[in-house]
Ligand binder design. Structure first.
Ligand code: AMP
Ligand code: ZN
Length: 471
C-alpha cells in the first residue's frame, strides 16, 4: 500500500513497525460545537484509510480522541478555552457542553457510517498521563515555568519543524507577535496552563485540576502526545488530521513525544487531508457557507450521499462542496442502489472461464487503485465499470459488496425485490412496453417507461425484457 507521508514528503510503500498490528491515531473533534462537513472530510479520509488497511488484511488499532479541554481559541496559547467559551455561549457548564456535542458527533459519525475507533480517549480522563509527561519534559530540560504555565522550549529540540520543512528561525519569524514576553521563543507552547488565565472569561473555569505547579489544565498538543502514547505506544505507524494541523499542533506533538521518549520518529507516516471548500471558498460562519450534517439532512439528503460525495475526490485534493455536486452524488448513489437490487434478485448461473478472469481483474483493479494513496475517485470508476460490464448479476453483486468494505456505502442494506412484489398493473405495463420495443415503437415504449417511473418503479432493459424494481 502506498501513502503520501508529510514527514518525508514522498509517496512511500507503507510497512508497519510491527507486522501484526498497525497503530493509527487521528486528532478528533473539539466538542464545543457541532462538527462541520469540513471536519467530517478529514474523519472520512481516516475512515477510508482504516478500512483499506483492514481490507488488505492488516489488524489496525485505531484511536481517535475527543478533545474536551485545553484547545484555545488562538494557536498562540492565549485567549479562551473553546470549551469554556462554548459553555458561556450556551449558559451551561463546559462538562455539559462536552457531553452534548460528543453525543451529536457520535450520532453524525454513525450517519456517515464512519468506523468506530477502538478507543476514544478524552483528555479530561487522562490528566495523570499528561502531568507525567510535563514532569518528564521539565526533568529533561525541555520545559520551563513562567507566570501563566509550563512551556516547551522549542530551541532545545533540534529537529523542531520537521513536518513543515522550516527551520526554527523561519518559524520564529512567521509566528505571531508574542503576547507573553516571558516566553523564550515565539514558537514555544504551553504544556500546562495555570487557571489564572480564567480571568479572561470573567468567571472561574469549569475544568481545572491540581498540579505540582498550581491549579490549571493541559495544553491541546500535550493531550494527543499523552493519549497516543498511552493507547498506542511511544512510536506509532500512522497519524492523521487536516492540513491545518501540520505547522503547530502536529509539529508540537512530535517535539513533546520525541523529547520525552527519546525515540524518533514518533510517527512513521503522517497523513494529512486537504480542505473541503464550499462554493470555491473556505467555510466560514460569516460567509453563511458553514454546514453541519443536519443542514444536509434538512435539504433532503441522506448523509450517505455526502459520504459518496467525499469519495469523488482523492484526499489530497481540494473538494468543492456545492448543492449541485450533492444532487449528482445522490443520483449516482440511487442508481447504484437500484442496480444492487436488480443484481441481488437475479438467479445464479454457472460462470464461464472468461467471466471468472474478468471478475478477478476487477477485484485486483479496485484493490490496486485504493492501495495507491487512497484513490477513491478511481475506485468509484471501477464500481461503475463493474455495473456496466457483462459479468453475471450475482457476481456483480458480490464484487460490489467486496468493494463496499472500503467504500462503506451500506450497499448490504439493499433488499432484493422479487417480481411478485411488483403490482399486477405495473407488470402489465412493462409487458406492453416490451411488446412495443419489439415492434420498434420506441417513443410509445418510452411514454410507458415514464408512466412506470412516475408510479415509483425503475425499469432496466435486459436481453430478457424490462426488469422492474421499486425505486
Ligand atoms: P477542529 O475541531 O477544529 O480541531 O478540527 C477537527 C479536524 O477537522 C482537524 O483535523 C482539522 O484539520 C479538520 N478540518 C477543519 N476544517 C476542515 C475543512 N474545511 N476541510 C477538511 N478538514 C477540516
Ligand atoms: Zn491532536
Amino acid at each position: 500500500m502506498k501513502l503520501y507521508n508529510t514527514r518525508t514528503k514522498k509517496i512511500e510503500t507503507f510497512s508497519p513497525l510491527n507486522a501484526k498490528l498497525v497503530t493509527l491515531y487521528c486528532c478528533g473533534p473539539t466538542v464545543y460545537d457541532y462538527a462541520t462537513i469540513g471536519n467530517f472530510r478529514t474523519y472520512m479520509m481516516t475512515d477510508i484509510l482504516v478500512r483499506t488497511l483492514r481490507h488488505a488484511g492488516y489488524t489496525v488499532k485505531f484511536v481517535m480522541n475527543i478533545t474536551d479541554v485545553g484547545h484555545l481559541v488562538s494557536d498562540s496559547d492565549t485567549g479562551e478555552d473553546k470549551m469554556e467559551k462554548g459553555a458561556k455561549r450556551e449558559g451551561k457548564t463546559a462538562w455539559d457542553v462536552s457531553k452534548f456535542y460528543t453525543e451529536a458527533f457520535l450520532s453524525d459519525s454513525k450517519k456517515l457510517n464512519l468506523v468506530e475507533p477502538d478507543v476514544r480517549p478524552k483528555p479530561t480522563e487522562h490528566i495523570d498521563e499528561q502531568l507525567a509527561m510535563v514532569k518528564t519534559l521539565l526533568d529533561k530540560g525541555y520545559a520551563y515555568k513562567i507566570d501563566d504555565g509550563i512551556y516547551y522550549d522549542t530551541a532545545k529540540f533540534p529537529t523542531y519543524g520537521v513536518l513543515t520543512g522550516q527551520k526554527l528561525d523561519e518559524l520564529k519569524e512567521g509566528a505571531r507577535v508574542e503576547p507573553n514576553p516571558q516566553k523564550r521563543n515565539p514558537t514555544d507552547f504551553a504544556l500546562w496552563k495555570l487557571s489564572l488565565d480564567s480571568k479572561v472569561s470573567g468567571k472561574k473555569r469549569d475544568m481545572e485540576w491540581e498540579s505540582p505547579w498550581g491549579k490549571g489544565f493541559p495544553g491541546w498538543h500535550l493531550e494527543c502526545s499523552a493519549m497516543s502514547r498511552k493507547h498506542l505506544g511511544e512510536q506509532i505507524d500512522i497519524h492523521t488530521g487536516g492540513m491545518d494541523l501540520i505547522p503547530v499542533h502536529h509539529t508540537n506533538e512530535i517535539a513533546q513525544s520525541e523529547a520525552s521518549s527519546g525515540k524518533s520518529p514518533f510517527v512513521q507516516c503522517w497523513v494529512h487531508g486537504q480542505f473541503l471548500l464550499v462554493d470555491g471558498q473556505k467555510m466560514a460562519k460569516s460567509k453563511g457557507n458553514f454546514y453541519r450534517i443536519f443542514d444536509i439532512e434538512d435539504k433532503g439528503f441522506d448523509p450517505l450521499v455526502l459520504r459518496y460525495f467525499y469519495l469523488t475526490a482523492q484526499y489530497q485534493t481540494f473538494l468543492n462542496f456545492t448543492w449541485e455536486g450533492m444532487t449528482a452524488a445522490k443520483n449516482s448513489l440511487t442508481e447504484l442502489r437500484n442496480h444492487m437490487r436488480i443484481f441481488r434478485a437475479d438467479g445464479r448461473n454457472a460462470l464461464s472461464g472468461e467471466k471468472m478472469e474478468k471478475i478477478n481483474a476487477f477485484r485486483d483493479k479496485f484493490d490496486a487503485v485504493i492501495a495507491d494513496n487512497l484513490n477513491t475517485p478511481q475506485a468509484l470508476a471501477v464500481v461503475w465499470e463493474v455495473v456496466k460490464s457483462n459479468i453475471p448479476a450475482p457476481d456483480k453483486y458480490d464484487l460490489l459488496m467486496y468493494f463496499d468494505e472500503v467504500l462503506g456505502l451500506k450497499l448490504n442494506e439493499i433488499t432484493a425485490v422479487s417480481a411478485t412484489e411488483i403490482p399486477a398493473d405495473i407488470q402489465a405495463l412493462a409487458k406492453k412496453r416490451d411488446q412495443l420495443r419489439k415492434e420498434q415503437q420506441f417513443v410509445s415504449a418510452d411514454t410507458i417507461r415514464k408512466d412506470i417511473e412516475s408510479k415509483g418503479f425503475v425499469i432496466e432493459d435486459t436481453p430478457q425484457g424490462g426488469r422492474i424494481t421499486r425505486a
